[in-house]
Design a protein around this ligand. Structure first.
Ligand code: GDP
Length: 364
């Protein structure tokens, strides 16, 4: 799964991205410092893996992962080819969801490209670029559909949808504020509009605000208010603190979080929010060689879940031996679970659930 990090220059994208990857992407106190989108692959934290690792005495643990793309350089005028141009927009087109970082901290040492901290203006600046780009795409599509309509009247409903979206965008609003029926939504998704992509607004607050006020300040309130209009999620983080956490070893990390009175890292919050935004869940495979988590969409059936592991397993799928993680832990181990009849045999119509521990049987 690919997520794209966007935001105005100097809002803390690189700082967050560095924390994500620890890869040391450039971070500097001036605009335009990052050019190509950097990719950071981050493990999805899942405590169930450690428990299964002990149960099976496994040689290795493989968490599932999320890819973050640092799409810097999206500035006012990008859709007109300004700044580093609209190739950034094409990077955004490829991601499953947008992580929009918004500056919610005051710091006179950090230059703001617009001269002052104002999260709503910043959000709208970026969103407008996406909207402009979508409008161009829509215009072309509308012209094409109008031509085809002469021979195929059934396209009228598509044309209506295109026009509805167009007028929303012309009012400076993102397409995601619109509600569609399931069937309409399929069509709208196929357009791959930037302003219709699922989005999470990341409010980047100062260290003090995160620790002393639980991440609340007047900027964050404004971001939340705006996000509600788009039914979007807000995750409050302090990129500075995330970058400090990223330097620590696992056990030091726990102490540090405890000292700060924080339950989970901003990155963990962000991953959880992304998962639920995209309707993703994890199923698990476990054995002495490897314990592993796999990401699927909610509603995925057993053969397609098997296909995540290997296409042969999907093609030759016979059945799945399934037990819920909690049940397995209660039983203590797989042998006992089987004796107690807790392991179910499921067929090709079984819809895999989060936390299912699965062994697939397949023909080669
Ligand atoms: P980008 O242009 O959005 O990638 O922004 P950077 O991550 O390079 O951050 C710009 C500047 O803001 C750097 O000097 C960072 O150290 C600073 N910065 C980022 N996050 C925070 C924060 O939470 N608090 C403070 N005080 N400064 C921050």
């Amino acid at each position: 799964m690919k997520l794209g990090i966007v935001g105005l220059p100097n809002v803390g994208k690189s700082t967050l991205f560095n924390a994500i990857t620890k890869a040391g992407a450039q971070s500097a106190n001036y605009p335009f410092c990052t050019i190509e989108p950097n990719v950071g692959v981050v493990a999805v934290p899942d405590h169930r893996l450690e428990v299964l690792e002990k149960m099976y005495n496994s040689e290795k643990v493989v968490p599932t992962s999320i890819e973050f793309y640092d799409i810097a350089g999206l500035v006012k005028g990008a859709s007109k080819g300004e700044g580093l141009g609209n190739k950034f927009l094409s990077h955004i087109r490829e991601v499953a969801a947008i992580i929009h970082v918004v500056r919610c901290f005051d710091d006179s040492n950090v230059v703001h490209v617009e001269g002052s901290v104002n999260p709503i203006r910043d959000i709208e600046t970026i969103n407008l670029e996406l909207i402009f780009s979508d409008l161009e795409l829509l215009q072309r599509r509308i012209e094409k559909t109008q031509k085809l309509l002469k021979g195929d009247k059934s396209l009228q409903s598509e044309l209506d949808i295109l026009n509805t979206i167009k007028s929303t965008l012309e009012n400076g609003k993102s397409a995601r504020i619109l509600k569609f029926s399931d069937e309409e939504e399929k069509f709208v998704k196929s357009l791959n509009l930037l302003s219709y992509k699922p989005i999470i607004y990341v409010a980047n607050v100062s260290e003090d605000d995160l620790i002393e006020n639980g991440g609340n300040n007047e900027y964050v309130e404004k971001v939340k208010e705006f996000a509600r209009t788009e039914n979007a999620e807000v995750v409050v983080i302090s990129a500075k603190i995330e970058s400090e956490i990223a330097e620590l070893e696992e056990d030091e990390k726990k102490n540090f979080l405890q000292e700060l009175g924080i339950k989970e890292t901003g990155l963990e919050k962000l991953i959880k929010a992304s998962y639920s935004l995209l309707g993703l869940i994890s199923f698990l495979t476990a054995g002495p060689k490897e314990v592993r988590a796999w990401t699927i969409k909610k509603g995925t059936k057993a053969p397609q879940a098997a296909g995540k592991i290997h296409s042969d397993m999907e093609r030759g799928f016979i059945r799945a031996e399934v037990i819920d993680y909690e049940e397995l832990v209660k039983a203590g181990n797989m042998t006992t679970a089987k004796e107690k009849g807790l392991v179910r045999l499921e067929g090709k119509d079984y819809i895999v659930k989060d936390g299912d521990v699965i062994l697939f049987r397949f023909n080669v």
